[in-house]
Structures are given as structure tokens and as C-alpha cells.
Design a protein around this ligand. Structure first.
Ligand code: HEM
Length: 392
């Protein structure tokens, strides 16, 4: 799906400037665009929100159009479920991410974040490698109850899922992603089997004991949920931390104010997620002909709703290219919208707020050196960022 379609769009490899200019033109001139692969793209805030608000007409069950997926996995793949199945599974998984559970995690998140910062050298280092990547992966792996020794394996899988490395061609890239998914799934399925009936207090053990429709979840279902949390839970948060440094680099006044008044940290991070959402798009399938954005999307088409474009829509956000930490209300859809609204948002917010606050405490100066390496894949963010840091 992705290869030939997204090749027609500007790449995010330049940090987004070309893509944003293109999206602005699309919002004005072609708010419903059909690409060469017959996928239908919407760009305006109101249209993106409409797609995300209407699971009856815009289904998340991509499997109905892209066959070949294992039904047992699909039954536990939350982002691909529609009501009523979605509601039942979401209820079960969301217990782990209730805002009050996240409040309980804050001391441990702070301890992990402080430990990472204490270990970085003075002077230059790779911010993604030393700070932005490890924090969320350690937190989510602990939450799941996975052994710390396996972190290098997750890193390797995440890199391949992100399309990092020299796959050489789109086909090789897709094969590398499929292989990484398979390895992760096998590992987690074995882990679910190992932890079933154990005394581990992690989420994997809890899921093996949970019931859906009166039946225990299978190892494959538990592995699917765990894999989703492991990948959704760290790649995105890693991106937000790097994106925060870029936004602050470009807006020194906002950095100075946030440093001086830490109560501004949450609003600054919401503005980061608005301007640079790690998930720049969501995909749905039309279940019937739908009139939208001045045209009609026929039934059974893949529909791409651009959260990145919506978050920059001047119809919703005055002066959208301005990084404005006083923006209120800031109804961005970087965490999604509707029934699939990000389940991990309270956790992601806690992790990024704690880390930014500690970065300000630890370093009197924290400067991005040169241009970071931006992802070319579907995640909007950086995979390598050299910073110069001077301790307070
Ligand atoms: C869903 C963004 C962090 C778990 C989503 C969606 C977005 C999103 C846009 C909606 C996808 C759709 O509608 O198709 C983000 C961002 C994050 C982040 C920007 C970081 C700042 C996390 C974390 C976790 C997580 C830390 C868990 C550990 C999930 C799950 C879903 C989801 C399970 C699916 C919810 C459902 O289908 O009901 N996220 N996410 N996310 N996110 Fe996040």
C-alpha cells in the first residue's frame, strides 16, 4: 500500500517543510485527492475529524480490503476493530492506562529519566540514542513485565519497523518490516506462554488472566496487544521528545519562557504534538459511498486522513505555523479523535512532561547541533539528533 502511494507525496526527510507547503495547497485546491493507488486523501481539519468520528462509514478494519491477515490476530488488534468488538477490547486494555494508574507510575518514570540524564556525557551526544529512545521503551517494557535484557532486541525491531537502515528498495523495506513484525510477534507469543499463570505483576501476565466474552485471551491475542503497546508506546513518544527539541530550537523565546515557568511545560508539549504529530495520518476504509470535502468517496476505498495537515489547517488554528505555547484551546488531533483516541496519551504526556522538566533542570544549555536525521517512513520525527549539552 504505502510504497507507490506515498511516493507521490513529498517526503518528510527534509523535516516536513516541503510536505507542509504541499498540504497547504491541497487544503485550498484539492481537499479530496485520489492518488495513483486509488486511495482517497482528506486534508482539512473538519474532514479529518469527520472521518475519525464515524466508524460506521469509515471502518478501521483495514483487513477487509487488505486480505491475508490472521483472524486471531485481528481479533485483538485494537486499532483495526470497529464497534462493538472495539469497545469490549478497549475496556479491557484501558484499565492499564487509566489516568490514575499513570499517576502511580510518575515516580518510577522520573527515576528512569533522571538515571538516563545522569549517564549522558557533557558536550555532544545523540539525543535519540541516549534519551528519547530509552525512556519510553524502558517504561513500556516494565509495564508489560518484559526482561530488561531484551531491550536491544526491541530496539532492533523498532529500527526495522521505522524503516531505518539500507533496505535498498520499497519491496525490501516492506519485507524487512514484515520480518521485524514476525520476530516481535513470535517473541511476545512465547513470553505470553511463559507468563501465563505466573506471579509477574506486568500487563502480559494480567492479560493472560483476563477474559473477553467469557473466554481467556489466547497467547496470540495477548502477544498482539502487547506488540501494539510496545510499538505504539515507544516509537511515538521517542519522536515527540526529539520534535520538542526542534520546536524549542526554532522558538528560543518559547524555550526561555518554558524554562523559567515550568507550569508551561504541558502546553508547550501539546503544541509540539500539534505541529509535529508523530502519526501524521490515519487510515480507514469507506463502507459506503460518502460525500465529503466537496466530492464523493466510493465504498470500499482506503481513506487516508492527514492529522498533520489537519493540525496545520488555518481554518481551525489561527496562524498555524506559529509555535504558540499560549494557544487556547488547542484542539489538535495528534493523539487522534473519537473512539480510537490514543489510549496511551496520559502515559505519553507524563513521560514527555517529566523528561522535558528534568532536561531543563539538568542542563543550563541544550542545543541541537547541525540538522538531525529525519525519518522518511510514516512516522514524523528524527532518528538521530546530535545535541550539545552543558550541565547547570
Ligand atoms: C492510538 C498517537 C503514545 C497506545 C493512537 C492514535 C494516534 C496516537 C494518532 C489513533 C490512531 C487511529 O485513530 O487510527 C500517539 C502519540 C503518542 C502516542 C502522538 C506519543 C506522544 C502512545 C503510548 C501508548 C499508545 C505511550 C501505549 C503505551 C495507543 C493505542 C492506540 C493508540 C493502544 C489504539 C487505540 C484504539 O484503537 O482504540 N495513538 N500515541 N500510544 N495509541 Fe497512541
Amino acid at each position: 500500500m504505502a510504497a507507490e502511494t506515498f511516493a507521490q507525496m513529498p517526503s518528510l526527510a527534509d523535516g516536513g517543510a516541503e510536505t507542509l507547503a504541499w498540504m497547504r495547497r491541497m487544503r485550498d485546491e484539492q481537499p479530496l485527492w485520489v492518488d495513483a493507488a486509488n486511495m482517497h486523501h482528506v486534508f482539512r481539519y473538519a474532514d479529518v475529524q469527520a472521518v475519525m468520528s464515524d466508524p460506521a462509514r469509515f471502518s478501521s478494519n483495514i483487513g477487509r480490503i487488505l486480505p491475508g491477515h490472521d483472524p486471531e490476530q485481528i481479533s485483538a488488534n485494537l486499532p483495526w476493530l470497529d464497534p462493538p468488538d472495539h469497545r469490549r477490547l478497549r475496556q479491557l486494555v484501558s484499565q492499564a492506562f487509566a489516568p490514575k494508574t499513570v499517576v502511580g507510575l510518575r515516580p518510577r518514570i522520573t527515576e528512569i529519566a533522571a538515571g538516563l540524564l545522569a549517564a549522558v556525557p557533557d558536550g555532544e551526544f545523540d539525543f535519540v540514542e541516549r534519551v528519547a529512545y530509552p525512556l519510553p521503551v524502558i517504561v513500556v517494557a516494565e509495564l508489560l513485565g518484559l526482561p530488561p535484557a531484551d531491550r536491544a532486541f526491541f530496539r532492533d525491531c523498532a529500527d526495522r519497523l521505522l524503516g531505518v537502515g539500507d533496505a535498498g528498495s520499497a519491496e525490501a523495506g516492506s519485507a524487512a518490516i514484515a520480518e521485524a513484525n514476525r520476530e516481535l510477534r513470535e517473541y511476545l507469543t512465547a513470553e505470553a506462554g511463559r507468563q501465563r499463570g505466573s506471579r509477574s505483576d506486568g500487563l502480559i501476565a494480567a492479560l493472560t488472566a483476563a477474559e473477553l466474552d467469557g473466554q481467556r485471551l489466547s497467547d496470540v491475542q495477548v502477544a498482539t496487544i502487547a506488540g501494539l503497546l510496545l510499538t505504539a508506546g515507544h516509537i511515538t513518544t521517542t519522536m515527540v521528545l526529539g520534535n520538542a527539541l526542534l520546536c524549542l530550537r526554532d522558538n528560543p523565546e518559547a524555550e526561555a519562557r518554558t524554562r523559567a515557568d515550568r507550569s508551561l511545560v504541558p502546553a508547550a508539549l501539546e503544541e509540539v504534538v500539534r505541529q509535529r504529530p508523530p502519526f501524521p495520518r490515519v487510515v480507514r476504509v469507506s463502507t459506503q459511498d460518502v460525500a465529503i470535502a466537496g466530492g464523493v468517496i466510493p465504498a470500499q476505498r482506503l481513506v487516508v486522513a492527514s492529522t498533520l495537515s489537519a493540525n496545520h489547517d488555518e481554518r481551525q488554528f489561527p496562524d498555524p505555523e506559529r509555535f504558540d505555547i499560549d494557544r487556547h484551546p488547542n484542539r489538535h488531533i495528534g493523539f487522534g479523535h473519537g473512539i480510537h483516541f490514543c489510549l496511551g496519551a496520559p502515559l505519553a504526556r507524563a513521560e514527555t512532561q517529566i523528561m522535558l522538566d528534568l532536561l531543563f533542570d539538568e542542563f543550563a544549555e541544550l542545543r541541537v547541533v547541525g540538522e538531525p536525521v529525519h525519518n522518511e517512513s510514516e512516522y514524523f520525527g528524527t532518528r538521530k539528533m546530535t545535541v550539545f549539552a552543558r550541565r547547570s
